[in-house]
Design a binder for this molecule. Structure first.
Ligand SMILES: *Cc1c(COP(=O)(O)O)cnc(C)c1O
Length: 481
């Protein structure tokens, strides 16, 4: 690894030359009380401007990113986000706004939020939208709070359960538990889909809702969704759509039309905000008219030519996030939607589905493919054939890093042993997809010829195998002498 900036420090070396200030200056000691003053100068590296530029550029290259290589991390939609959307969010009129400015001064920003609400309502087929949550998991919690308020308002206190399939994203059962519900898991059938008979068996007057992702986390479209929706509604329950990842269905099918009552969608997945690295993110929650009055306040409404913040919402669940959500993310999402238009969004999903099926068909002989039907934007392989030769999916994932590609999501969903969940997205070229196929096949050959090479990977990354638990619980982020 290259030397760190601290190790390059030379006493007295300076990076910048500032001209003398043209105004009277005051000493810090005149402004700060003695007790707040440093006792000794901070231990900052003394380097030239060039050295510090090199330091930050080399740090930026230590991590894999979508701007540096293929990133087929299933369920995360690590697609390329056009830089123009970042530029739109950086326009001075947006960037310099303060959330406490008056409605009069932020008409443009309110219009952006209103237009985004309208666009999302059209995309998901549900009329009422809030943009307040900062992440998918927070949107889910809000969605279940709406459902809870709905039943409370009706005086129906018997509904204490939420159904989730065994393929659900981990946030779904966690959210249901956090919202105070008892989680009921139902098993998928042999085709990886919700088993309608199993669903029927658990429905009753104690069920508040079912949480579903469609396509599910196996990348498979739930063909019997309208029948499932009919059954849930017949039993008096509601349907929650986990639309964290909308990349498979934009312009093709709408959660509202499938029978869902509430849904969330991550803006930091399909709608042009880079995902990963801890945010900021953005999330929209949409619902049917009968749940609208419970949405968080304020709600952006249009009155003639003006846009207003409506705080007069007595039944609202309150606030889920400060002010209006992460505004910069909302600008990116709207810029993305407007640039593509309805036909463009539809094409995004068609291309995402095509890329996933192309990879699925290209890899199904080298790796085990547990569900063979046409997939949507992602699919799941199993590394069981490689495991028989003594190499695990985790080790295959590490070996991919040596070839400059990010690993797929591994060991999820839980219903497939040694699973690899692959989501190529619509933004990758045919050449990149072919390269990935070649590398996956090459790793499979390596496992036969020299399994130790794969078991001991990664060999080319800045750091080798990490203790992943320690890295998450006790991250070592600071250089120390
Ligand atoms: C990413 C994802 C979530 C959670 O979204 P966060 O923004 O990470 O909280 C929930 N469900 C599914 C299916 C997802 O892919």
């Amino acid at each position: 690894m290259t030397k760190l900036i601290y190790e390059k420090s030379v006493s007295g070396r300076r990076g910048v030359l500032l001209p003398a200030a043209g105004v009277p200056t005051r000493k810090l000691s005149d402004l700060l009380p003695e007790k707040f003053m440093r006792l000794k100068p901070p231990a900052l590296p003394e380097v030239s401007e060039l050295e510090s530029v090199r330091h930050f550029v080399s740090l930026s290259k230590l991590n894999h990113s979508i701007d540096s290589g293929f990133y087929p991390l299933g369920s995360c939609t690590m697609k390329y986000n056009p830089k123009i959307n970042d530029a739109m969010a950086s326009l001075e009129g947006f960037r310099e706004l303060h959330p406490l400015q008056s409605e009069e001064q932020i008409q443009g920003a309110l219009e952006v939020m209103w237009q985004l609400q309208e666009s999302i309502a059209a995309i998901v087929g549900l009329p009422a939208v809030t943009l307040q949550p900062a992440a998918g998991a927070q949107g889910e919690l809000l969605g279940l709070m709406l459902i809870k308020s709905y039943f409370k308002h009706k005086g129906d206190h018997a509904r204490t359960k939420v159904i989730v399939p065994d393929t659900a994203h981990g946030t779904n059962p966690a959210t249901a538990a956090m919202a105070g519900y008892q989680v009921v898991e139902i098993a998928s059938n042999e085709r990886g889909l919700v088993d309608v008979a199993a669903l029927k068996a658990v429905l009753g007057p104690d069920v508040a809702a079912i949480m579903l992702t469609n396509p599910n986390t196996l990348g498979l479209f739930e063909e019997e969704i309208t029948e499932a929706a009919r059954l849930v509604h017949e039993a008096g329950g509601l349907l929650y759509y986990d639309g964290a990842n909308l990349n498979a269905i934009m312009g093709l099918v709408r959660p509202g039309d499938m029978g869902f009552d509430v849904c969330h969608l991550n803006l930091h997945k399909s709608f042009s905000t880079p995902h990963g690295g801890g945010g900021p993110g953005g999330c929209a929650v949409a619902c049917r008219a009968n749940l609208e009055k419970f949405l968080p306040k304020p709600v952006v409404v249009r009155e003639g030519e003006r846009f207003c913040l409506d705080y007069d919402r007595p039944e609202s669940v309150g606030k889920i996030k400060g002010f209006f959500g992460n505004f910069g993310i909302l600008v990116r999402a709207l810029a993305y939607i407007l640039a593509l238009g309805p036909e463009g969004l539809c094409q995004v999903s068609r291309d995402a589905i095509l890329s996933a099926n192309y990879l699925k068909e290209s890899l199904k002989h080298a790796y085990c493919l547990p569900y063979e039907q046409t997939c949507m934007h992602e699919f799941v392989l199993s590394g069981v054939k490689q495991k028989e030769r003594g190499v695990s999916t985790a080790q295959i994932a590490k070996r991919l890093l040596d070839y400059g590609m990010h690993a797929p999501t591994v060991y999820f969903p839980l219903v497939v042993p040694e699973s690899m969940m692959i989501e190529p997205t619509e933004t990758e070229s045919r050449q990149t997809l072919d390269e990935f196929v070649e590398i996956m096949k090459k790793i499979d050959r390596e496992i036969s010829e020299n399994p130790e090479l794969v078991r001991s990977a990664p060999h080319n990354t800045p750091v080798g195998k990490l203790d992943e638990t320690l890295a998450a619980r006790k991250p070592d982020l600071r250089w120390q002498a």
